[in-house]
Ligand binder design. Structure first.
Ligand code: PHE
Length: 336
């Protein structure tokens, strides 16, 4: 079929809607379209005739293609404009929020503590949560059947001699065994287990152990280190109290209390009306412990302390019940 004049095509395009434009394209330019067909038939024409007709046909084809594309674009734009007008989209409405997680408050506090100690020159050490009696008690100068073991009621495992570590202090022994006789300055964050369960004690909680061994390490170093750490975390004016205590693996021993931030030391249920909360146990490393770790107590001395991370988090964020930190309730956790 011979091609029609350009105006014929333009009129049809002008009338077409969006599906119509596509239908026209197929009818004219598709594999069996009329223009495709006409081009195919060029082959049967006389050579000079073919050249002229070919040029005209190709020009026509290009014009038709271009107008089809223009019309299609214009119709699509019109359709979009119409839809936007009729749907009255309010682009100022907030989008669907995506729930993004964040670190647990205990992880936040632990990270802060670790960076405070790393800034003071401590390296991070780790130890296993399933311990043997020797590392957890014996090497720390808790003899068998000694009443000091009652301080830390443990979970023992059925398999011979293993228990869930009751504190991070066994990491002291493990770190010493790896480092002796060189100077040592480590912290060891981790989870510990005890048979306790009330508003201020949970069966599982977290500690950060610190251990420093060198020549002529004194109680003054210990005191300055824990005071610096507490003031960095809670502010320069936080009330601090260093109180004598007892641990089998340190001599002398002391605990650090921080002024209760819940009641501003007026006295409340959490501080048991004392105005103070205990946050760490500490002391000078006992000579027997140095020996168990492979150090010579005649050559070196050291200090150690163990911080309760939950206690610090409770104080820092003013959380009244330790169990909130362990339940995984999103209504609580999303507040941090
Ligand atoms: N391990 C002791 C505890 O649980 C804390 C402590 C660590 C005390 C290091 C002295 C030195 O409770």
């Amino acid at each position: 079929m011979p091609a029609k004049p350009l105006q014929f095509y333009l009129d049809a395009i002008e009338q077409a809607d969006l599906p119509g434009v596509e239908a026209l394209r197929v009818a004219w330019l598709g594999r069996n379209g009329t223009l495709t067909d006409a081009l195919r038939q060029l082959a049967s024409l006389e050579p000079e005739h073919r050249r002229q007709v070919g040029q005209e046909l190709n020009r026509l084809k290009q014009a038709v293609e271009q107008h089809l594309a223009q019309r299609q674009q214009q119709l699509a734009a019109d359709a979009l404009r119409l839809r936007l007008a009729s749907e009255a989209v309010d682009l100022s409405l907030p989008g669907e929020p995506v729930a993004v997680g964040h670190p647990h408050p205990l992880a936040l506090i632990q990270d802060r503590l670790v960076s405070i100690f790393v800034a003071m020159g401590f390296a991070v050490a780790v130890g296993p949560e399933v311990e043997d009696d020797w590392h957890n008690f014996e090497a720390l100068n808790f003899p068998h059947d000694h009443p000091a073991r009652d301080m830390q009621d443990s979970f023992s495992l059925a398999a011979g001699g293993w228990l869930l570590r009751t504190h991070t202090s066994p990491v002291q022994i493990r770190a010493m065994q790896l480092s002796a006789p060189r100077p040592l300055r480590i912290i060891a964050p981790g989870r510990v287990y005890r048979r306790d369960d009330d508003a201020t004690h949970a069966t599982s909680f977290h500690q950060i152990e610190a251990l420093v061994i060198d020549q002529a390490v004194s109680m003054a170093h210990l005191k300055a280190t824990v005071a610096t750490f507490a003031r960095t975390l809670f502010g320069q004016d936080v009330p601090l109290r260093f109180r004598p205590s007892y641990f089998p693996f340190t001599e002398p021993s002391a605990e650090l209390d921080v002024g209760c931030l819940f009641c501003q030391q007026a006295g409340c249920a959490l501080c048991k009306m004392s105005g103070w909360l205990e946050v760490l146990g500490s002391g000078m490393v006992h000579p027997k412990v140095l020996t168990a770790g492979g150090y010579d107590p005649e050559q070196v001395s050291g200090f150690a302390f163990g911080v309760g991370i939950e206690r610090l988090a409770m104080l820092y964020y003013q959380i009244p019940d330790v169990r909130l930190l362990l339940e995984g309730d999103l209504r609580f956790l999303s507040q941090f």
